[in-house]
Structure formats: structure tokens, C-alpha cells
Design a protein around this ligand. Structure first.
Ligand code: SAM
Ligand code: DTB
Ligand code: SF4
Length: 366
């Protein structure tokens, strides 16, 4: 096992990123196989549970209300529809469902209660559940944890310096605050970013400094290549070169040895050979399903054929960390008042729901 280092500097990371390609690949692949099974890929399915109409101005995002893109906006999906989609994803080999909402932040109320119900429903299907709902408070993170959330995705997206060029309606510290709120719970942190937004290599290194110096480091890190959507301020950005993607994945693998590194947006532009190089360089997760949130993604059957060709197998759910125990909404009364729960539960431990429920009832009486 590689010793995880939490004090990476920009200079050190740049030196890695700029190594001769063969050395970079060799170093990354070595660290990869010391920490992971190189023939296993974690597969997540994205589900846009609330699409479009977002108040933010993220320059890359087709879901920002202020840009004139061709996407079809939708209100919050129903719990039953989400459960049906999750089942479909499970049958197609996915271990995780990631539900995305085009929100600036989560508001307490009926919609959040519905999302909690979706989390419970998917966890009951014995799948890992991830949400990406914008900024959340510690109390909201705790409620998601209690519903059985496995991961929360909140990307830093770029370096702190370049972030200001991309988004004006919130700051880098807002992102870090949400990540910290998630960290206070048992929910794992999924955080990464985008390349190809016009940033320079220093910005890519800067983002990796911000991610790798988090302690603990994120359990998963999506590396997205910008999907330049017509109508957004980034519509004319040039496509990301495969070599940049490989360098970014390899560098991420080296500075975050234990993290699951996910090939995310932009896979439709990548050949099988290009993706294979990324897997060799340390990527060990993908978003599967014919759609990301609003833009296309490779066909699931094509991905399965690629895995077969490469002798790779999809990872089983809860391989890296046990299934979260859920506590049914017996305490919804105080939860809706925004109070902190008065009971705690052991970290990283699967406990029978009945035991947990009994404990909560007992503590409430006391
Ligand atoms: N609203 C929430 C938020 O901003 O955190 C969750 C949804 S947002 C769409 C999730 C992530 O998708 C963004 O942080 C960004 O990394 C990625 N993303 C959005 N549009 C993209 C695009 N056009 N190309 C690549 N990645 C994109
Ligand atoms: C992430 O890093 N990438 C995913 C997921 N987390 C939510 C989203 C990619 C979105 C690409 C543009 C779209 O389809 O709207
Ligand atoms: Fe809204 Fe998230 Fe898109 Fe930004 S990235 S506009 S917060 S949906």
C-alpha cells in the first residue's frame, strides 16, 4: 500500500503531470495496482431527478436558467420512477445510482423529504446511493446519512483562482464548506472537477492540491472533460485531447492512491483505446447509462463489451465500505424543525435496522 500524503504542493503535482508519458503511466499504474484490483471498475448510473432552471451561473452548465440551451427542464421526479430507474441500473450492472438536482442548495421541506425517500428506496435495493444536490448544511447531510446515503458528490471543478472565472454566484469556500459538512457524517465524499474549460495546467494542478490536501482525501473523484454545450459561455471551447485526460487521471491516481478515480463527462469523445489507457493510468470507475444528466453518454452494452474486451469486471456494491444502516423516519418530527439528531450510530458498521430503531426510540423516551 502506498502511504497517502496530504501535503502535496502545486510544484510537486506539476512535476508529476509533466513527466514523460511512459514514466507517468508506469508510476501511476504501479500505485494503482498497489491500492486497487486493476481489473475491477466501479459503475455508477446518473439520474437527473430535477433538471434545468438552476439559479446559478456556472459557465459550463447547460442547466443554468440564464443560458439558452436546448435542454428539457423537469420538476422533481417521483419516488416510484426513481426506484424503477434504479432497478434498471442494477440489472444493467451498476453498483451505484447518483441522483443529480439542478439546485444551488437544498431547502428543507417536502422536496427534500422526497429525496430522502428516494435514498431509502435505492439503499433498500442494496445499491450504493449518491446525491449531488448543490450546497447542503450539516443537518441536511446528517439526514441524508440517516436515510442511507453512501456518497455525496460536490465538485471543486477547478483551482480556486480559475473558479472565479467560471462561476460568480458562489465561491470556492462554499464548496469546501459543503464537503466539510458531508465529512462530519458517515457519507463518503465524491469530489473532482472538469478539464477543458480554458484553464491552464497550473489550474489543474491547483485543483488536485485542493482535493489531495483534504484529510481524509475524497473516496471518489470524477474527472470530467467539458461537454461544450451550445448556449453556454463555454460553447466554443476546444475538445479535450486524450493525452490531457490520461495525464490528469494518472496524476490524480498518484496523489490520491486510495481514491476511486472516475472517467466522467466526455467519454463519448473517447475511443476504447483512449479509455483503456485511462484505466491503465488508474481510472477505476465510470458513469454508465446512455445519458449523463442532460448530455449523451456511451451505450451501456458498448461499455460492457469494452469491459469484456479488457477482461475487466464491474465492482460489487459496498466493496470499499459497508452498506449504510438506515433509520426509518421515526424522528421526522424533530428533523423537520432542523434539530440535530440526539442519537449516534457507529461509523462504518452495518447494524440491523431493528436494533437501530429500538435504540433511537429508547433515547427519545430518555
Ligand atoms: N447543482 C449541483 C452542483 O452544482 O453541485 C449538482 C449538479 S452539477 C450538474 C454536478 C457537476 O456536473 C458539476 O459540478 C460539474 O462538475 C459537472 N458538469 C456540469 N456540466 C458539465 C459539462 N457541461 N461538462 C462537464 N461536466 C459538467
Ligand atoms: C460529475 O462530476 N459529473 C456528473 C456528476 N458528477 C453529477 C455530471 C456530468 C454532467 C455533464 C453535463 C450534463 O449531462 O448535463
Ligand atoms: Fe446549477 Fe449545479 Fe449547473 Fe451550477 S452546475 S448551474 S449549481 S445545476
Amino acid at each position: 500500500m502506498t502511504q497517502t500524503k496530504h501535503n502535496w504542493t502545486k510544484e510537486e503535482i506539476l512535476e508529476i503531470y509533466n513527466k514523460p508519458m511512459m514514466e507517468l503511466l508506469y508510476d501511476a499504474a504501479t500505485i494503482h495496482r498497489e491500492n486497487h484490483d486493476p481489473n475491477v471498475v466501479q459503475v455508477s448510473t446518473l439520474l437527473s431527478i430535477k433538471t434545468g432552471g438552476c439559479s446559478e451561473d456556472c459557465g459550463y452548465c447547460p442547466q443554468a436558467a440564464r443560458y439558452h440551451t436546448n435542454i428539457e427542464g423537469n420538476d422533481l421526479m417521483s419516488v416510484n420512477q426513481v426506484k424503477a430507474e434504479a432497478l434498471r441500473a442494477k440489472e444493467s450492472g451498476s453498483s451505484r445510482v447518483c441522483m443529480g438536482a439542478a439546485w444551488r442548495n437544498v431547502k428543507d421541506g417536502p422536496e427534500f423529504d422526497e429525496v430522502l425517500e428516494m435514498v431509502r428506496g435505492i439503499n433498500k435495493l442494496d445499491m450504493e446511493v449518491c446525491c449531488t444536490l448543490g450546497m447542503i448544511t450539516e443537518n441536511q447531510a446528517q439526514r441524508l446519512a440517516e436515510a442511507g446515503l453512501y456518497a455525496y458528490n460536490h465538485n471543486l471543478d477547478s483551482s480556486e483562482e480559475y473558479y472565479k472565472e467560471v462561476i460568480s454566484t458562489r465561491g470556492y469556500q462554499d464548496r469546501l464548506d459543503t464537503i466539510e459538512n458531508v465529512r462530519k457524517t458517515n457519507v463518503t465524499v465524491c469530489s473532482g472537477g472538469i478539464i477543458g474549460m480554458g484553464e491552464n495546467i497550473e489550474d489543474r494542478a491547483g485543483m488536485l492540491v485542493a482535493l489531495s490536501t483534504l484529510n481524509p482525501q475524497p473516496e471518489s473523484t470524477p474527472i470530467n472533460a467539458l461537454v461544450a454545450v451550445e448556449g453556454t459561455p463555454m460553447e466554443d471551447e476546444k475538445p479535450v485531447e486524450i493525452w490531457d485526460m490520461i495525464r490528469m487521471v494518472a496524476t490524480t491516481r498518484i496523489v490520491m492512491p486510495e481514491t476511486q478515480v472516475r472517467l466522467s463527462a466526455g467519454r463519448t469523445e473517447m475511443s476504447r483505446e483512449g479509455q483503456a489507457m485511462c484505466f491503465f493510468a488508474g481510472a477505476n470507475s465510470i458513469f454508465a447509462g446512455d445519458k449523463l444528466l442532460t448530455t449523451p453518454n456511451p451505450d451501456v452494452n458498448e461499455d460492457m463489451k469494452m469491459f469484456e474486451l479488457l477482461g475487466m469486471n464491474p465492482q460489487k456494491p459496498f466493496t470499499k465500505k459497508g452498506q449504510p444502516q438506515t433509520i426509518e423516519a421515526i424522528d421526522s418530527e424533530y428533523q423537520s424543525k432542523g434539530e440535530k439528531p440526539r442519537w449516534t450510530r457507529p461509523a462504518h458498521k452495518i447494524e440491523r435496522n431493528e436494533e437501530a430503531k429500538a435504540k433511537a426510540v429508547e433515547l427519545r423516551k430518555g
